[in-house]
Design a protein around this ligand. Structure first.
Ligand SMILES: NC(=O)c1ccc[n+]([C@@H]2O[C@H](COP(=O)([O-])OP(=O)(O)OC[C@H]3O[C@@H](n4cnc5c(N)ncnc54)[C@H](O)[C@@H]3O)[C@@H](O)[C@H]2O)c1
Length: 321
C-alpha cells in the first residue's frame, strides 16, 4: 500500500478524540467512516463536528461552502462494516480499557481491508497488549494524539513487539500527509514523551504550591508568560541552545552546572501526588478563574474557546493551518 491509495479513513469510537480526528481527516480531503456503538454517541459527535467547523470558519481557515463539503465527507454509522469498508487507515479511539480495546480489535478485524493499518489513540496502554488478540498484530501501531487532534499537530507513534517497521513508516507518512507532526518512539515507554514531560512539570508545580512558594495562579502565569510562550515556538533544547550564548546548550550545562545541581537536589522526587493537592489545585483554579476577564476565559466553556482561538493563531504562525 502507498499513502496516496488512502482515500478513506475509519474512526472507531466517536467521543472527544474520535470526532476530532474525523474533522482532521475530512478537512484534509479524506472520506471518513465515523463509528460508535450507539446513535446517541454519534449525535453528540455530529454536534461537536459542527462546533469545531464553526471555530475554523470564525478564524478564516475554511469558508461555509468548504465546511459543507467537509460535513459530507463524514459518514456517521453504527455499522462497523460500513465504517471500515474501503478504509486503509483506521484510528481506534474507544475507551481506555484493555477488555474493550480487545473487543474492538476482534470486531475491526472482521471487516478491515487486508492492507489497512490500525492505529490506537490509547493514552498509555501497550500496543503489544492491545494487539495480543489480533490475527494480524503486525499492522497495529499507537497513534497518540493531543486534544483536540484536529488542532494539535503532535501524534506519538508507538509500536508493539510484532508491529512491522514498514507499518510504522506508513503510519508516520500518513499522519504527515494529513498535517500532523508524528514522532516515533524507539521503544515503548509509559506515558510516552509528552505525558512524562507534562507530569514532571506539574509535580514541581505541586511541590512549589505545597511549600508555599507560589499560588496555582502564579505558577500558571509564570509558565504562560515565561517558558511556555517560548515552548510554543521551539523545544527546550533549542531554547537552551540560544540561552547558552556562544557555548550553546552544552555551554548552559557547564556554565550553570553547580547552580543547576543545587536546584535538582532541592526539587520534588516523590512518586505519588499528595492526596490533599487535588483540592488545593481545584481551589487555586477557581481563584485564578475569578481574576480573569471574560474575554480570555473565566469558566470552562469560555476558557476552551479562548484556548482554541489562540491555538489557531499559533498554528497559523507555524504554517500548520
Ligand atoms: N481525551 C483526551 O484528552 C485523550 C487524549 C489522547 C488520547 N486519548 C485516548 O483516546 C481514546 C478515546 O478517549 P476519549 O477521550 O475520546 O473517550 P470518550 O469516552 O470521549 O469516547 C470513547 C467513545 O468510544 C465509544 N465506545 C465504547 N465502546 C465502544 C466499542 N466497543 N466500539 C466502539 N466505540 C465504543 C463510546 O461510546 C465513546 O463515544 C482513549 O484510548 C484515550 O485514552 C484521550
Amino acid at each position: 500500500m502507498e499513502i496516496k491509495d488512502i482515500k478513506k479513513v475509519a474512526c472507531v469510537g466517536a467521543g472527544v478524540i474520535g470526532y476530532s480526528f474525523a474533522v482532521n481527516f475530512a478537512l484534509k480531503g479524506l472520506e471518513v467512516g465515523l463509528y460508535d456503538i450507539n446513535e446517541e454517541a454519534l449525535n453528540l459527535a455530529k454536534e461537536r463536528v459542527n462546533t469545531s467547523l464553526q471555530l475554523l470558519i470564525k478564524n478564516g481557515i475554511i469558508n461555509d461552502e468548504e465546511s459543507e463539503q467537509i460535513k459530507k465527507r463524514i459518514i456517521y454509522t453504527t455499522s462497523m462494516e460500513e465504517a471500515l469498508k474501503d478504509a486503509l487507515f483506521i484510528q481506534e479511539s474507544g475507551p481506555e480499557h484493555y477488555d474493550i480495546k480487545h473487543q474492538m480489535v476482534t470486531e475491526m478485524e472482521k471487516y478491515v481491508s487486508s492492507e489497512a493499518i490500525i492505529a490506537s489513540s490509547t493514552s498509555g496502554l501497550l500496543i503489544t497488549e492491545i494487539a495480543k488478540v489480533a490475527k494480524h498484530p503486525e499492522r497495529f501501531v499507537g497513534g497518540h494524539p493531543y486534544n483536540p487532534p484536529h488542532l494539535i499537530p503532535l501524534v506519538e507513534i508507538t509500536k508493539g513487539e510484532k508491529t512491522t517497521e514498514e507499518n510504522v513508516l506508513l503510519a508516520k507518512e500518513f499522519y504527515q500527509s494529513v498535517g500532523k507532526e508524528p514522532v516515533v518512539l524507539n521503544k515503548e515507554a509509559l506515558g510516552f514523551i509528552c505525558n512524562r514531560l507534562q507530569m514532571a512539570l506539574y509535580r514541581e508545580v505541586c511541590e512549589l504550591v505545597m511549600r508555599g512558594v507560589c499560588s496555582i495562579e502564579d505558577a500558571d502565569k509564570a509558565v504562560t508568560f515565561g517558558p511556555g510562550i517560548r515552548w510554543g515556538i521551539m523545544g527546550p533544547s533549542l531554547i537552551f541552545q540560544l540561552g547558552g550564548g556562544k557555548g550553546g546548550v552544552d555551554g548552559i550545562m557547564h556554565h550553570l552546572h553547580d547552580s543547576i545541581t543545587l536546584w535538582l537536589n532541592d526539587m520534588a522526587d516523590w512518586k505519588e501526588f499528595p492526596e490533599e493537592f487535588a483540592k488545593i489545585a481545584r481551589d487555586g483554579v477557581e481563584e485564578a478563574m475569578k481574576n480573569r476577564p471574560k474575554e480570555i476565559g473565566n469558566d470552562d466553556a469560555s476558557l476552551a474557546a479562548y484556548r482554541d482561538d489562540m491555538l489557531v493563531a499559533i498554528l497559523k504562525l507555524h504554517g500548520k493551518l
